[in-house]
Design a protein around this ligand. Sequence first.
Ligand SMILES: [Fe+2]
Length: 293
Amino acid sequence: MKYWHTKYPKRFDLKTDEDYKKWREEKLAAYPENVGDLVVELADMTAITDAEKSRILELVELANMCVYTAGAAELGSDALLTLGAQLGVTDTDKSTRHPKSDELTDSGILNKAIPFSTRHVRWHTDATYYGSNKTVQALFLLCKRAALKGGSNKVLDNEILYILLRDKEPEALATLMEKDCFNYKNPKTGEVSQHLGGRVFWTNPDGHLCHRFSFRKMDMAWPEDSEVLAARDCLESLILNESGYVIEGRLESGMGLISNNVIHTREKLVDSDDASNKRLLFRARYYDRVNAC
Ligand SMILES: [Fe+2]
């Protein structure tokens, strides 16, 4: 472990450069080059060993994510929740959501919302619609059945995005960290909630970087504030430029993702016509995060 959190506690403080510069150098030098560098093979995801846990935590420190293989465990939601508990995350948003919303398959639920379809999903973090005080910080996935074709993901560590912005567009980053940039908008009624939404980047009470953003704006209301809109445009073009830090891979059956809600896409997919063979991923989203201290 690098212990960056205690070594460079001011790395997300825009008023001082010292911690940022040292951490940036170490972080970029240690960042995994491809999806293969992110993989941890587990003998049983429901009973991980100390060595497996250390490797997961190390990778999450380096990239805010890792890819794992489930091992002997039965692939399902329970196994995913057990994995989370072993890594210290237990506070899911399941009680507030549709009972099937954590089974990602072409079911057409929630008015055919895009995760439950075969369509391409643009860059987003999960659950942009909570308030800044209680938001989804961790996203776990487990694949039971992959698509016949397609359905791969691109992922980008939010801390890398922060570095790219701080280096190239510091004013935009300051706006995205300091201003309440958007509010939740009910996509059906258009009603805007003043209590949900907020900043795009911020630090939680423990000093970890949180991030939320989506290219899909149907449930986001952005203000007529030229500074905020310009910062948003900077962020979008930076993401679309797809820096060399973007990692791409497909979760096959028995593989999963552990992440601190990193920004991601999903490629469109071709699914089986047989309902019992459709692509199926289990998902867990947590208000807490991996490597919280
Ligand atoms: Fe997602």
